[in-house]
Design a binder for this molecule. Structure first.
Ligand code: MG
Length: 271
């Protein structure tokens, strides 16, 4: 799940995880990757997002974990589901419902869980049936940008280096980088400092140190990056109704560089 960009969010309270905490976060990340693999496999023409949500919730509970988003509060709003399911022009925070996926739909799935008191958060955009080469390339570039950003999450770099890497990969293709929602620190809370924008200047922002854990999550648009929120108070769409993409991993910064936590056994990403 993403975090609404807040300029007041301080940069001085980024938690550093102890080795025992990282061990739990690895387990949380593995469990979430398994859930993502199951959901991704089930994304097909004809399935409803509510069916995907039910599948995900069962898979989370089977893994001694709790859904992270169900019951999540922002002001008076309470998110009602395990998954955020965002179709086509929906960027993030879509609510699962009875709509069936149609050929050519793209679906962004965002899912989080808490295991042993620690959170993991992950997202991917999948396609139902066939999409045009233009759409396929848009999603591939978005996915690549996540790894470009992760690669710079090393001790001694700064948060701005991550966003700059994402932005530098995406914008030359003419795609938009969503500004209003950003990645975030993660650990005992779903959303911890710092905010991690998908744009920025190199060598700016908070210093990255070993033991920090981040949810890095590029959100992109095939058109302009401006967004709107639907009347349900949650669903974020592109203002120009252009298609949106979203990929996310939870990572830990180690002395040797970034370690992706949301991976299957053997370090393989499910999405
Ligand atoms: Mg997130």
């Amino acid at each position: 799940m993403t975090f609404r960009l807040s300029p007041r969010r301080g940069a001085d309270s980024i938690t550093i995880k102890e080795p025992y905490e990282l061990a739990i976060m690895r387990k949380a990340g593995r469990r979430l990757a398994e859930v993502v693999a199951l959901v991704k496999e089930a994304v097909k023409v004809g399935v409803t997002t509510a069916e995907l949500d039910a599948l995900a919730e069962e898979a989370v509970l089977e893994r001694d974990s709790q859904p992270a988003f169900k019951g999540y509060r922002v002001g008076h709003l309470v998110f009602p589901a395990t998954l955020c399911t965002s179709i086509n022009e929906q960027v993030v925070h879509g609510i699962p419902n009875q709509r069936r996926l149609e050929p050519g739909d793209i679906l962004s799935v965002d899912v989080g869980l808490v295991f042993g008191g620690y959170y993991a958060d992950m997202a991917f955009t999948a396609v139902a049936g066939e999409v045009t080469p233009e759409v396929a390339q848009f999603l591939e570039v978005t996915r690549e940008s996540l790894y470009q950003g992760i690669a710079l999450a090393v001790p001694g770099n700064r948060i701005g280096d991550i966003g700059h890497a994402v932005q530098s990969h995406v914008e030359p293709h003419g795609y938009g980088i969503i500004r209003d929602y950003v990645g975030h620190g993660i650990g005992r809370q779903l959303h911890e400092p710092p905010s991690i924008p998908n744009f920025g200047k190199p060598h700016r922002g908070s210093l990255i140190k070993a033991g920090m854990c981040f949810a890095i999550e590029p959100m992109t648009s095939l058109g302009h990056h401006r967004t709107k929120v639907l009347k349900d108070g949650w669903t974020v769409i592109t203002a120009d109704r252009s298609l949106a993409g979203h990929f996310e991993h939870t990572i830990a910064v180690t002395p040797r560089g970034p370690e992706i936590l949301t991976v299957l056994e053997g370090g393989v990403s499910p999405a």
